[in-house]
Design a protein around this ligand. Structure first.
Ligand code: SF4
Length: 563
């Protein structure tokens, strides 16, 4: 098959905050280099007309971005010092008042003070989608070529060196054969590929596996965050209010918490994050979010509102302990794909941006020297180690391990480590899926595991399918499912028996359904892949590890916009 080829100097995969910051910083470095060559203050050759490209699988930049985004602007200030003075900076509000509350069933206890890590006073509240769209405009003005609607499907290899990316074919039918609309994917050949695909990156995983880049770290671990934007009656939103909760509806063995903060206009967002190593095979974060909204403390704040937007996404929470080797021949990994998040602060955008900028510095040096080997790109990691990123992340390296025994023990251990330092040892932990218990072990009997069917009102309390509608997700239905289940016999037999088909609960978009099949006379798995919001939870939490998420046709998926 003939494919179009496009040679690039540097190829960024994913238009999230890490790569956008990296691309802008790279263009600044190239511009400064060329000016210095031109005025004679530097020896060498100018980097004329550099071909810096960026792929984005969403229909537009920002479409797949979702975060609880009270932004630490540290990296942004380094990149764009006058961001706050720019009229077009997409701030929703600035934080003015913050609370932290422990919720019990029906009650609440306010924290007398906030841990310093959670204090955000004066920081901007942003929509990550809008922030990325704003950064993309700046990157494009500087000459970066951004291609939205193109998913990176495969890595190109030159021996063991990453040599670029092949985008996905478009116009493949459900039967796997080309349709009339078939367009083969394109080969973007690049000596330097920077992978910033977000959590559980499809290509990042391939390069990590092939080069065993995770041989010396803990596995990547995740939370699932479900987030809604709620519109309240006009004039009732408190400007710049941020609330963090822990406790109800989660039990003390399930790690997680929620955030509520005011956005622009009459909108407020609420999000619930729950660790995907939860033992409960029935864990359903979307359902827990609806339960949280019925708690009197939360209902008091939001109960008059209606849900207008929804999204869900996995969040990396292993932090420093899960960070793989960040570079290999021809490639670097940045942002969430490389575990750049501080679980203590539940913040990662600033770390992701800085990782992209430091990878850009290594890429710039490689462009000048022509050396794209792992030995040359190692300067990216050296820069991370010498920067505030390491200082901030390393102290929280045992945060995830601390909570493996439950909330209270975790709080005590984390408090001690905060006061006296984390020590030199890196506490081990295992992958999320290994922690799910069987129905028999967790509930005793199948009857005890049955949850009462919740009653939702369709506006404030909504079911999954209504929320899928709010996510704006769209997929071309005449294409192969992008959720690859290697053995559906397991679903109909062993999994049903042992775990009660947990994918039908943990998927926050009701993609997986066990439905009666007349031919076999039993319930069989049906995959409504068009609902998928690309959160990657199934790939992470499936106890048999037989589900793999791969990118669907470029441009498909959620339309998060203001999330
Ligand atoms: Fe998330 Fe998987 Fe459900 Fe898609 S199918 S929404 S990736 S859990």
């Amino acid at each position: 098959m003939e494919r179009d080829e496009m040679p690039c100097d540097v190829l960024f995969v994913g238009a999230g905050p890490a790569n956008l910051a990296g691309a802008i910083h790279l263009m600044n470095l190239i511009e400064a280099h060329n000016e210095a060559i031109a005025d004679g203050s530097k020896q060498g050759e100018a980097l004329d007309e550099p071909m810096i490209c960026m792929l984005e699988k969403g229909s537009e930049v920002g479409a797949h971005q979702l975060s609880g985004a009270v932004l630490d602007p540290k990296a942004l200030t380094e990149l764009i010092p006058d961001w706050a003075q720019r009229d077009d900076f997409p701030v929703e509000r600035y934080v003015e008042r913050e609370d932290m509350v422990f919720l019990t069933e029906g009650g609440s206890v306010s924290a007398p003070w906030l841990p310093p890590e959670l204090i955000n006073h004066g920081k901007p509240i942003v929509s990550l989608g809008r922030l990325c769209a704003w950064l993309a405009e700046i990157a494009e003005e500087k000459g970066v070529n951004i291609f939205p609607g193109f998913a990176g499907n495969d890595l190109l290899w030159d021996g063991e060196t990453v040599a670029g990316v092949r985008t996905g074919d478009k116009g493949i039918g459900k039967d796997g054969l080309p349709k009339d609309t078939f367009e083969p994917g394109m080969d973007l050949q690049s000596p330097i590929t920077i992978l910033g695909e977000g959590p559980r990156g499809h290509l990042s995983r391939k390069v990590i596996e092939r080069h065993k880049l995770d041989a010396n770290c803990n596995p990547m671990v995740y939370e699932l965050g479900c987030k809604e934007i709620i519109e309240l009656p006009p004039g009732t939103v408190e400007d710049g209010y941020v609330l963090h909760t822990i406790g109800y509806p989660l039990d003390a063995k399930t790690f997680g918490g929620s955030f509520i903060y005011s956005m622009g206009g009459d909108k407020v967002c609420i999000g619930l994050l729950v660790a995907l190593d939860a033992a409960d095979p029935n864990l359903d974060v979307h359902a827990e979010l609806q339960t949280l909204k019925q708690h009197p403390y939360v209902k008091d704040l939001l109960g008059e509102g209606k849900v207008v937007k929804y999204g869900a996404k996995a969040v990396t929470i292993g932090g420093w302990a899960s960070m793989p080797q960040l570079y290999t021949d021809g490639a670097m990994i940045v942002g969430d794909s490389a575990s750049f998040l501080n679980p203590l602060r539940i913040k990662g955008i600033h770390l992701s941006m800085k990782s992209g900028m430091l990878a850009a510095e290594a890429a710039f040096e490689a462009m000048v020297s022509g050396d794209n080997s792992a030995a040359a790109l190692k300067t990216y990691k050296d820069r991370i180690d010498a920067s505030w990123v390491r200082k901030e992340m390393e102290v929280a390296k045992n945060f995830h391990a601390n909570f493996s025994g439950g909330l209270w023990g975790g709080l005590v251990k984390t408090g001690i480590q905060y006061a006296f330092g984390p020590g030199s040892s890196l506490e081990p932990f295992t992958a999320d899926y290994a922690h799910m218990k069987t129905i028999a072990d967790y509930y005793g009997t199948a009857e005890a595991a049955v949850r009462p069917k919740p009653e939702y009102d369709g506006t404030y309390l909504v079911d999954k399918l209504t929320d899928v509608y709010h996510s704006g997700t769209m997929h071309e239905e005449q294409q192969p499912a992008h959720l690859k289940v290697v053995d559906t016999e397991v679903c109909a037999t062993t999994c049903k028996e042992e775990y009660g088909n947990p994918c039908t609960k943990f998927c926050p978009a009701q993609v997986y359904n066990m439905r009666p099949n007349e031919e076999t006379g039993r319930d069989e798995l049906e995959i409504d892949f068009a609902n998928c919001v690309h959160c990657k939870t199934c790939d992470i939490r499936d106890p048999y590890q037989i589900i793999t998420w791969v990118p669907p046709e470029g441009g498909n998926g959620p339309e998060y916009g203001m999330m």
